[in-house]
Design a protein around this ligand. Sequence first.
Ligand SMILES: CC(C)(COP(=O)(O)OP(=O)(O)OC[C@H]1O[C@@H](n2cnc3c(N)ncnc32)[C@H](O)[C@@H]1OP(=O)(O)O)[C@@H](O)C(=O)NCCC(=O)NCCS
Length: 186
Amino acid sequence: MTDTLIRLLRDTDWPEVIAAEERAYAASGLSEGGEALRSRHRASPSTCFVLEDADGFAGYLLALPYPLFRCPDLSRASDGAVLRREQSNLHAHDLVIAERARGRGLAPRLLRHLEAAGRAAGHRTLSLVAVRGSEVLWTRLGYRARPEVGLPASYGAEAVYMAKPLDRAPNPADPTLGSAPRAEVG
Ligand SMILES: CC(C)(COP(=O)(O)OP(=O)(O)OC[C@H]1O[C@@H](n2cnc3c(N)ncnc32)[C@H](O)[C@@H]1OP(=O)(O)O)[C@@H](O)C(=O)NCCC(=O)NCCS
C-alpha cells in the first residue's frame, strides 16, 4: 500500500484512463468515451488524480465542481466555463481502479484524497453517482443516497445520486440534508 501514490492526472495518462474506463463500463453501456472524459479533466485539472504503484497505472478519479443535486450527462462533454462558476459542491464524476489493483482499499483512499483536496479548496459538499451496486461502498464512507434526485438516462436505471458534507465540524445547515429538487438533470 505504501508504494502506491496519488498524483495529478497527466496528458500521458489518457490511453490508460480511456482503456480502463472502457473495460469498466462498455459492457453495461455506461462508457462515455475519451472526448467526454477529457472535458471533465479540462473543467477541473486540479481535482483529477491517478493512482500509481510499482507496476504503473493503478486507477483514476475525475472530479469537477458541479451544482449539488445535479450531475454531468454521460453523453455530453462538460462546458468548463460554466462549471468554473460553481464553488460549493465538488462532484466525483468517475472512479475506476485497475482490475489488478482492486480489493486493496484504493477506492476509499482516492476518495479521501479528493475530500481533503475539496476541503482545502473551500468546497462544502462532495457528491457522486453510485453505479453497478457500489452504493454500499460509498455509504460506508459517509455518503448518503438521495434516490429522489433525477439522473440523466445515460446512467441507467440503477444509478443513485449520493452526497456528503465536507465541513470539519457538524454543520446544522448541511445542504446535503435539505430537500433535493426532483428530476434535476444535466
Ligand atoms: C468500485 C471500485 C472502484 C471499488 O474499488 P476497490 O479498490 O476494488 O474497492 P475496495 O478494495 O476499496 O473495496 C472496499 C469494499 O467495498 C466492496 N466493494 C467494492 N466494489 C463494490 C461494488 N461494486 N459493490 C459493492 N461493494 C463493493 C469490497 O468488497 C470491499 O468490501 P470489504 O472491505 O468488506 O472487503 C472498483 O471495483 C472499480 O473500479 N469498478 C469498476 C468501475 C466502477 O464501478 N466504479 C464505481 C463508479 S461509482
